[in-house]
Design a protein around this ligand. Structure first.
Ligand SMILES: NC(=O)c1ccc[n+]([C@@H]2O[C@H](COP(=O)([O-])OP(=O)(O)OC[C@H]3O[C@@H](n4cnc5c(N)ncnc54)[C@H](OP(=O)(O)O)[C@@H]3O)[C@@H](O)[C@H]2O)c1
Length: 399
């Protein structure tokens, strides 16, 4: 723990009193609604800790028994996960580090008192313990696909996950720990981010062998960070840069399916404990095919500029070189993110024998249709306008 604390830039301190005072209220089976009252027992697997209090018919105003500390809830996946957890009557603890605005939208997703925002500092262990004190589930969605002046990939993606796992272990009342990794995370990946995610998986499983690891592919949805930047760029400059020849294969997944997979894992009979799931969508796309889907939705004529890999890297490189050298923050990279370019220089699809959605009883959505409908906001003249795909004819075919 001390080693991780040092890497995270703070000193290890004594376990917070909150944890110890909390431990006394576990196991919850001592409560009046317990395992001997089957109607109220939860399906949340507890492995020796006992069953949870569960009341109601399973809707937003019920009590699922789950008190989930969702680290990284203020991000893209967070909003869909918090919504699903709240909808089944769970209490969700939302640690946030920025302004109050970063979590305001989440508060509306649950009944009064169900969503609890808690200010914390990821480098202050006691504040993490305070967040976890009343939790029985920890879900780690913290992650970043670019480095900043303050945070390296290792710190955000690896050490923070390791620290959460260690604190959960020490807590003693955390029944489920779910770690969000990435499809393609491996110690041999060309991407630094994916290497740090692989290290996080290893560290989490070392601390908590019963943790569940979810490895989603690129997530698609209203706030995604692939189709949105592409559509924005295509609208602004009239073309889309395609790294390489656009033939790299990916298996994008609808963000809501990933949230459902996490909730399904929490609700199962414990079969997902200690397992690694790869969450890819039902179709494999090349980058070019995905870009075509985007163009279809925004009703623009597809125009591409193919950028060879070394040139794309050269365009992205100055930010990485200057990042730690200049005394001001560098712009957030979007399309020319060096790590993104490295990550997608090779095919990233699910392995054949991987555990996936069907093991969790979920049928993932195809992207074409509702999952990419948000792109209509980029149509020229408004959502109802723009030329349709059927009107797309090449100028040579004009009479
Ligand atoms: N998006 C994808 O396509 C994709 C694909 C595969 C896997 N994943 C993984 O799935 C998880 C969730 O993804 P997402 O798209 O929801 O991520 P996101 O939108 O980037 O959100 C990341 C979350 O991590 C927090 N975070 C980032 N840096 C932090 C730091 N230094 N200290 C504390 N918190 C920090 C953010 O908090 P702030 O709001 O305070 O910044 C935010 O809540 C991540 O682990 C990601 O790596 C994502």
């Amino acid at each position: 723990m001390q080693a991780v604390s040092k890497r995270l830039g703070h000193q290890f301190s004594k376990p917070s009193p909150a944890i110890f005072s909390h431990q006394s209220i576990y196991p919850l089976s001592d409560q009046c609604y317990s395992a001997d009252r089957p109607r109220y027992t939860s399906t949340l697997t507890t492995k020796g800790v006992g069953h949870l209090v569960r009341k109601g018919t399973g809707g937003r105003s019920s009590v699922s028994g789950i008190v989930a500390a969702v680290f990284g809830a203020t991000g893209f996946l967070g909003r869909y996960l918090v919504q699903q957890l709240a909808k089944m009557g769970s209490q969700v603890l939302v640690p946030f580090r920025g302004s109050e605005d970063s979590q305001r939208h989440l508060k509306l997703m649950g009944d009064l008192g169900q969503i609890v925002p808690m200010k914390y500092n990821p480098r202050d262990e006691n504040s993490i313990k305070a967040v976890m004190a009343k939790a029985n589930v920890v879900i780690n969605l913290i992650g970043r696909e670019y480095e900043t002046r303050n945070y390296s990939f290792e710190e955000v993606n690896h050490y923070m996950a390791e620290q959460l796992a260690m604190i959960s272990k020490e807590h003693g009342g955390i029944m489920r720990f779910i770690q969000l990794s990435c499809l393609g995370a491996s110690s041999s990946s060309p991407s630094k981010m994916l290497r740090s995610k692989a290290a996080a998986e290893e560290a989490v499983l070392r601390e908590l062998p019963e943790a569940t690891i979810m490895k989603p592919a690129v997530m698609i949805g209203t706030e995604d960070r692939i189709l949105n930047p592409w559509a924005h760029f295509a609208k602004k400059y009239g073309f889309l840069p395609l790294v390489g020849d656009g033939s790299t294969k990916i298996q994008p997944v609808y963000v809501v399916d990933v949230a459902s997979a996490i909730v399904a894992a929490l609700k199962d009979d414990g079969t997902s404990m200690g397992k690694v799931y790869e969450l890819g969508g039902p179709e494999i796309f090349t980058m070019h095919q995905l870009a075509e889907l985007m163009y279809d939705m925004i009703r623009e004529w597809p125009r591409y500029v193919k950028i060879p890999l070394p040139i794309a890297k050269a365009i992205a490189m100055p930010r990485e070189i200057l990042l730690k050298k200049v005394p001001f923050p560098m712009p957030t990279p979007t399309i020319f993110n060096l790590d993104f370019i490295e990550a997608f220089s090779t095919d990233t699809v699910m392995s054949k024998d991987a555990l996936t959605f069907d093991g969790l009883g979920i049928v993932p959505h195809k992207l074409k249709g509702y999952p990419v409908e948000f792109l209509i906001q980029y149509r020229k003249g408004g959502p109802q306008y723009g030329s349709t795909v059927s009107e797309r004819v090449s100028p040579e075919s004009w009479p």
